[in-house]
Every structure is written in structure tokens, then in C-alpha cells.
Ligand binder design. Structure first.
Ligand code: SME
Length: 157
């Protein structure tokens, strides 16, 4: 398992606060959060947001992301790790994607994944998805960190 650097998470939290308070569009802010996380957490190889499609409430649409382009720009609830989180609102860590039966592959390089739901007034509205090229990259520390980000993002939407 990758050893987590608490100082890095604390520093990134501060920078995320700064980004979220910039007077630019929300999409721009989310893009900058993806960029920041991908650049500074070395095992975060793909960082993106999915949001519930307003016109198709049982589907997720890909929002801002950093990393390799993905074919999964729309994900029905229930499909893949992202769709499962959308369905029951529970965060998921997949330590080895080869062991996950309900999985949508983005790239052969991806070995593990974490997905954190975003809620607004108690309603599921989207999620943060992170892929790693390292097996078992994510732990409860990442989950706590991403939950904090999800709450901060929700507060600015
Ligand atoms: N692996 C995800 C699909 C999204 S990509 O990771 C960007 C899943 O199984 O839902």
C-alpha cells in the first residue's frame, strides 16, 4: 500500500479552498482541482468528475477531468464502479480492478480506483473518480481526503 503524506493532503486542501473561491466558472474551478490533484498526488493518474445528467437522471455525464481521454463519457446508474456509487451513494475503493466484475475499463494501465459521491442537500448529484496505475493505491486516508473535497465542491455548486 502507498504511504500517505498528511502534509501533502493538508497543503492540497488549502489550494483547493483557493481554487474554489476564484472568480471563474465552476467548470474552470473543477478542472483546476483535477489538475492540482493529478500533478501533486503521484499515484492519482486520472482524476475526473461525473455529474447526474439533468435530462436523463439515471445517467452520469463526464465533467472536467485530467488524464487520458475515456470512452465512458456517459455511464448509466448501476454500470461500472461509477454507476454503482451513483446507485447507492456509497463510496468505493477497488484495490484490484481485475477482481471487480462490474467494471468499465478506461485503459489497460489502470490497476485500482476510488469513487467518492457528491451530495447537495442530501441528494446525490455527482462523484469524484480517481484511477491509479498502481495496484491497491487507495486507502481510507484518500477516502477522507476526497470526502472533504466532495463537501467543499458541493458547497460551491
Ligand atoms: N472505471 C470506471 C469508469 C470510468 S473511468 O475510470 C474514467 C467504472 O468502472 O465505472
Amino acid at each position: 500500500m502507498i504511504k500517505k503524506n498528511k502534509n501533502l493532503f493538508a497543503k492540497l486542501e488549502q489550494q483547493i479552498d483557493d481554487i474554489l473561491h476564484k472568480k471563474v466558472s465552476i467548470l474552470n474551478r473543477l478542472q483546476n482541482i483535477c489538475k492540482l490533484l493529478k500533478e501533486h498526488a503521484m499515484y492519482y493518474d486520472w482524476v475526473g468528475f461525473y455529474f447526474v445528467d439533468g435530462e436523463n437522471p439515471n445517467q452520469l455525464i463526464l465533467g472536467p477531468f485530467e488524464g487520458a481521454p475515456t470512452e465512458h463519457t456517459r455511464i448509466p446508474f448501476g454500470q461500472g464502479v461509477c454507476g454503482q456509487v451513483a446507485e447507492d451513494g456509497r463510496a468505493r475503493i477497488v484495490q484490484d480492478i481485475e477482481q471487480e466484475e462490474n467494471y468499465l475499463s478506461c485503459s489497460i494501465d489502470v490497476k485500482s480506483e476510488i469513487v467518492e459521491p457528491i451530495f447537495k442537500k442530501g441528494k446525490f448529484i455527482g462523484e469524484i473518480d480517481i484511477d491509479s496505475h498502481t495496484i491497491a493505491a487507495f486507502s481510507v486516508e484518500d477516502e477522507v481526503f476526497l470526502k472533504m473535497i466532495a463537501e467543499k465542491v458541493s458547497g460551491r455548486l
